[in-house]
Write a protein that binds this ligand. Structure first.
Ligand SMILES: [Zn+2]
Ligand SMILES: [Zn+2]
Length: 318
């Protein structure tokens, strides 16, 4: 089968590898569509033994189980965990001590534990299946549950990568007044299309302080800016990892101003019903996808992704 290999410096190559084994308790899935996640940037730049793809949708090749039939289209859930501990049993497997993120999904086939298969609403096309079961809907839905916003409330979204765009779409759909910050022009236009009321270049241009800031850039200075920008008593939710150590004046922000600073990492089973509800309620998630390419032609779109000139890139495998 074909799989994408990350060679480093943004270069990818389609290579032939053996089809994965499918041990008992696993399903073999023929991938129809996979998506490039914003978190794959570093692996694309520095190289990886295989690829870090972890958002995909495909067809069950085998086996048929009480829950899934051969030939059925399913979305895939990337967290692998013990499925026995209290966190797993309560639908929070992202906090399982053994949790890890599956990878190599930019491939023609993957073999995954049956627990990774997610049912999709009838008639869901592959690209929407990827969005529903991947970061695009998962992170914003989890963020909504951790830091809800009311209709009319002003929410600032900082950083307009695919995840930031997902937050914009969901918050606007839920009735919030969404202000977008940053991004190249193509992503600013997308932000407006997805429901942002305006796009700003700098937090200094805010007319009033928002009660919720969703930080998606992963840059230390932007996280500090987010804490400065949020209203007293408000919440800053980090939705991208930041590898730089932050020095935060805790008395100023967390004691005197009573700011809540939290984060979201992917989604968990406990969020999936709400994700399905949002996906079928008309939330405008498809416009987040700007590039549809066959796996053979992935390189050009990956170049554009690394230049921050894309929304979500969808690779088509069959
Ligand atoms: Zn991801
Ligand atoms: Zn567990």
């Amino acid at each position: 089968m074909k799989t994408l290999i990350y060679k480093g410096k943004g270069q990818v190559e389609l290579q032939d590898v053996p089809k994965p084994d499918c041990p008992p308790g696993y399903a073999l899935i023929q991938i129809e569509a996979s998506a490039i996640c914003g978190s794959e940037r570093q692996a694309l730049i520095h190289g990886y033994p295989g690829n870090t793809g972890h958002e995909a949708c495909g067809i069950v090749v085998s086996p048929t189980t009480p829950s899934f039939e051969r030939g059925q289209r399913v979305g895939l859930y990337a967290i692998q965990s013990c499925r026995k501990c209290t966190r797993c049993r309560s639908g929070q497997e992202i906090h399982c001590p053994t949790a890890s993120v599956s990878s190599d999904w930019h491939s023609e086939f993957v073999a995954l534990p049956l627990a990774a298969l997610r049912r999709l609403p009838p008639g869901t096309p592959p690209d929407i299946g990827v969005l529903i079961t991947g970061d695009t809907l998962g992170l914003p839905t989890r963020a909504l549950s951790r830091a809800p916003s009311s209709p009319g409330e002003t929410v600032l979204v900082v950083g307009l990568g695919p995840t930031g765009l997902g937050h914009i779409a969901l918050r606007a759909h839920s009735g919030a007044n969404v202000i977008a910050l940053g991004g190249p022009e193509i992503r600013q236009r997308l932000a407006l299309k997805l429901g942002a009321s305006e796009v700003l270049r700098s937090p200094q241009h805010l007319r009033s302080k928002p009660s919720l800031v969703i930080e998606c850039s992963g840059r230390a200075e932007q996280i500090i800016d987010a804490l400065e920008s949020v209203a007293d008593g408000g919440t800053v939710i980090e939705s991208a990892g930041c590898s730089t150590e932050l020095r935060l004046p805790s008395s100023d922000h967390f004691v005197r101003r009573e700011i809540t600073h939290t984060g979201v990492f992917y989604y968990a089973s406990e969020n999936y019903d709400e994700m399905l509800r949002i996906a079928t309620s008309g939330a405008p998630i498809r416009p987040i996808c700007t590039h549809y390419v066959t796996a053979q032609r992935a390189q050009q779109s990956i170049d554009d992704f690394l230049d921050r000139q894309t929304g979500k890139v969808i690779l088509q495998w069959s």
